[in-house]
Design a protein around this ligand. Structure first.
Ligand SMILES: [Zn+2]
Length: 325
């Protein structure tokens, strides 16, 4: 628990990070290349020919192959071997997080990200990323606990040093609510708190989907013009560009396309490990969900799954999958 003096010192220490790069610029291991674009498009189900079909791309407005804009972050990502352990900070961002962890702000939650794309990348472009600590908020009280919002900004440049896009990522570094409150906000006994699952943003394009779940139905968005199914919900059909759509009830049957077993970080409101799954629905659409009632070692790609609507203790409903009976 921090005294007012320690809190002041902590805030001075962390705010000194603002504006600084977290380390040297990161140059992509490989130039923008078609094999990686192929894998990305396969995993995401993106069939836009301007990414993979040289002949079609030639005739398009791009006049040649381009990379999916959302891959921007992928080109400069470290390999797995760079991510062994977090005990020793390897850059200024880790060092900042460790200072807060050591002061009792042990929780971390990603909250939002913003991206901007200046131009399409083309095969052969060599991307460099430079990451800065963009801002750190004052201490805030949130549903998860009190903490600081930390925003990092990544600026991507090409081989000529021209900016090709940027991205911000904001996370909350917090004292979990069931931990004793820090001295500065102390006002009696800490309340016993059972955190709930974080609620998804429900906006203009996806609120209907959560509404149908709340009413007990699992539906998938269907293009009213060409019949293509798509998920998550969005305004336009990627196949025919129609903005007209309806919802189609699904059987809930599907197969496991791929999965990740998440052990850490163990933020409140979830049971660990989380079996995060990409499921191929029998109707021919893919959905990200969790598999439950299954031992992680029994997960097998291709296994039959069935969906059901799970209701959290606070009444929030969402679709989960379990091994098919
Ligand atoms: Zn369509």
């Amino acid at each position: 628990m921090l005294s007012a003096e320690q809190k002041k010192e902590l805030e001075e220490t962390i705010h000194a990070f603002v504006g600084k790069p977290i380390g040297p610029p990161i140059e992509a291991r490989d130039p923008v290349n078609l094999p990686m674009v192929h894998q990305w498009c396969e995993a995401t189900g993106d069939e836009n020919p301007v990414y993979t079909d040289a002949e079609a791309a030639e005739k398009s407005v791009h006049g040649g192959l381009v990379a999916p804009p959302l891959m921007l972050q992928a080109w400069t990502m470290d390999g797995w071997s760079m991510h062994e352990g977090y005990d020793v900070p390897r850059n200024e961002q880790h060092r900042l997080h460790k200072i807060l962890t050591d002061a009792g702000y042990t929780g971390v939650l990603g909250t939002d990200t913003e991206q901007s794309f200046t131009r399409y990348l083309r095969p052969g472009d060599l991307i460099t990323a430079e990451i800065f600590i963009d801002s750190i908020s004052e201490e805030k009280a949130t549903g998860a606990g009190v903490g600081y919002f930390i925003t990092t900004r990544t600026v991507y440049t090409d081989q000529d040093g021209e900016e090709v896009g940027w991205e911000t990522f904001r996370c909350l570094k917090f004292i979990p609510k069931d931990a004793p409150p820090p001295a500065a906000s102390q006002g009696g006994e800490p309340e016993v708190y059972t955190p709930a699952r974080i609620k998804p943003p429900m906006g203009h394009d996806n609120a209907w989907w959560w509404q149908t779940l709340d009413e007990g139905r699992i539906e998938i968005q269907k293009c009213a013009s060409c019949g293509e199914l798509r998920h998550p919900p969005r305004p336009m059909c990627a196949k025919c560009r129609s903005m007209e759509w309806t919802g189609q009830a699904i059987s809930g049957r599907g197969t496991l396309h791929t999965y990740t077993v998440i052990h850490y970080p163990q933020f409140p409101g979830y049971e660990f490990p989380i079996l995060a799954a990409l499921v191929d629905l029998e109707e021919g659409c893919r959905i990200v969900s969790n598999v439950v009632d299954c031992d992680p070692k029994d997960l097998e790609i291709g296994m039959a799954l069935e969906a059901f609507i799970h209701e959290d203790e606070d009444g929030f409903k969402l679709p989960l999958f379990r091994p098919a009976k």
